[in-house]
Design a protein around this ligand. Structure first.
Ligand code: PEP
Length: 253
């Protein structure tokens, strides 16, 4: 069985409620349901329910949250728990996005707790990782990615991994307009499969979906998605334009 094709849109801290509703409505209207592409939308927390209402009758769409708490419940003002996400019908959560690692100092230990909370409630995880520019310049990109993957994933079982999608997002490509070349993306995605083989098994590596993220857009998606080990994209900026998101979803061969 081949791996699923997946395009996920990370809306980050953008849109008002009415903009989120318009964007989701346009995306669903434009979507070509003949394509076997799974689409995951990650709106800001307050708009998840409204966006979920718009996508709920389309089997190709899933709704996710951009983060969840490492705590389960209780006196943690401002936090959003995995069980809250579960109660509003979230199917996915993003864990380990570089903006969370960089601006909110999230550590692998915290990412493990967040992931455990989500997986326990059958919320699937999109686990993000990737090297910074200095690390690539110093030829440390493979080591960095291996460490990020091993520190977190080794705590989980091969069974858990079935509910995890990986997203390679080189930090130097996120929101910068500078995309990894298809060769760079393919090289890293193939390497990630060797790391997954070491931690789990060859079969686990073959079955795990690996998305590319980092300035992927309507112009470059086709080339990136044509790489053997690239199973789709995690899209930031371009996911805020319905037409571009739709073109990206149509960029598989
Ligand atoms: C992201 O935030 O996950 C991302 C890939 O952003 P962008 O597409 O804007 O680089």
């Amino acid at each position: 069985m081949g791996r699923k094709k997946i395009v996920a849109g990370n809306w980050k801290m953008n849109t008002s409620l009415s903009e989120a509703i318009t964007l989701a409505t346009q995306i669903v209207e434009l979507s070509d349901n003949k394509l076997e592409v799974e689409k995951i939308l990650f709106p800001p927390f307050p708009f998840i329910t409204s966006v979920g209402q718009i996508t709920k009758d389309n089997l190709h769409f899933f709704i996710g949250a951009q983060n969840c708490s490492e705590y389960q419940n209780g006196a943690y003002t401002g936090e959003i728990s995995a069980s809250m996400l579960h109660s509003i019908g979230c199917s996915y959560v993003l864990i380990g996005h570089s903006e969370r690692r960089q601006y909110f100092n999230e550590t692998s230990e915290q990412l493990i707790l967040k992931m455990k909370n989500a997986l326990t409630l059958n919320i699937k995880v999109v686990f993000c990782f990737g090297e910074k520019l200095e690390q690539r310049k110093q030829n440390l990109h493979f080591n960095t990615v291996k460490q990020q993957l091993t520190e977190v994933l080794s705590v989980f079982s091969e069974n858990d991994l079935q509910n995890v999608i990986l997203a390679y997002e080189p930090v130097w490509a996120i929101g910068t307009g500078e995309t990894a070349t298809p060769e760079q993306a393919q090289e890293m995605h193939a390497y990630v499969r060797t790391v997954i083989t070491e931690i789990f098994s060859k079969q686990a590596a073959e079955n795990t979906s690996i998305l590319y993220g980092g300035s992927c857009n309507a112009q470059n998606a086709k080339q990136l998605f044509s790489c053997l080990d690239v199973d789709g994209g995690l899209i930031g900026g371009a996911s805020l334009k319905a037409q571009d998101f739709n073109t990206i979803c149509q960029s598989f061969n």
